[in-house]
Write a protein that binds this ligand. Sequence first.
Ligand code: NAP
Ligand code: FE
Length: 368
Amino acid sequence: MKFSFNNPVDIRFGRNVLKNNPGSLSLGKKAFIVTGSSSGRKSGALADAEVELRACDIQYQIFEGIKNNPNVDQCRELAISASEFGADFIIGIGGGSPLDAAKAVAVFSTNPCLTNEKLFMNEFDTPPLPIAAIPTTSGTGSEVTPWSIMTWDEFNSKKSFGNLYTYPKIALLDPSYTDSLPKDVTLFTALDAFSHCFESFLSLKASPYTDAVNLYALSRFSKCMDPLERGELKDIRDDLMLVSLLGGVAISQTGTTMMHAMGYQLTYYYGQPHGKANAIVMPVYLEEAAKYVPDKLTAALSAMGLSRNQLSSFLERNIPADFNIKSNEPAFWGKLAMKQGSVKNLPILVDCDYFTALYERIFKSRIV
Ligand code: NAP
Ligand code: FE
């Protein structure tokens, strides 16, 4: 047996997390806060952070307007504002979009001449500014991963970067920040967290350590499935945030794999929310996994107490692939999926045609 595990994030979890951890945002003297148009305020996290910063005499400037699936060029612009303000650390508040944007702003702040190509190859010389991350969705686990997923128009899709420097220094998780999430966003983000645990468990880079994390998270997630389907969310907010955290810890080591590599195109070309895009891909992913890693698939499903058919029908019931795509897209998207680094984490060798055929299987009669 041989593996390594290195996740350097200081994790604090629980209701009233900011109040109960005074000084936790003291990563410098001037903070640049990046958050979404509404998530910071609706969740209550921004107000709590402001109270904490004022108590610590830390100056701050707020940018409220990170778009979903943040654009790399918007983050480059924001880094200029952060530098003009003199920020010496960044606070990300929101779903995965603002948290990922915080990482890009932190990198561009210390590497102002970095090209997008170099960013996505992780070729930056100066370490980014320190980052504090406060999630307001239970999905991406970005608060504990080094990964940042950006929309990159020249690449015609989404692309990730991340290395040991881009981990947040501290993650502050308070499940009550997700109380304001609408039902559909709760479901989609929960499915993203679930997809992280599942992909990580089946990844080529899985270790006994990540397996333990993922099996526990999968069993916790399975208990949330009925309430998620019924929209009875109050009592599962804590569990969903825990699953999201554990999935993030796991993918920080193993990366994601096929659902993410294929799902990005559904987001970029058809605006599908990230977790929904993964879930649309999941039934064929499960069919493929049954061929190439049957034992691991069985272990994941038994941790959940479900058969493959039960899981697939949950997904198809709640997340139908209910839009048409163009006939040239499966082949085009197959090429884009192959360019994702996460493809290397698949335990089988694949090519563009493999992904093209999978897109065709997912959309069948919806290809027009
Ligand atoms: P998101 O794009 O951050 O947010 C989705 C929507 O939820 C936004 O409209 C946002 O509103 C709203 N929202 C967020 N928190 C809310 C709250 N507490 N109350 C009410 N509304 C709230 O969604 P996400 O699924 O968390 O993040 C998706 C992004 O993360 C994608 O770009 C994906 O590729 C990336 N991702 C990153 C990782 C990683 O490891 N870094 C892993 C997986 C996915 P506002 O916009 O108005 O604020
Ligand atoms: Fe994801």
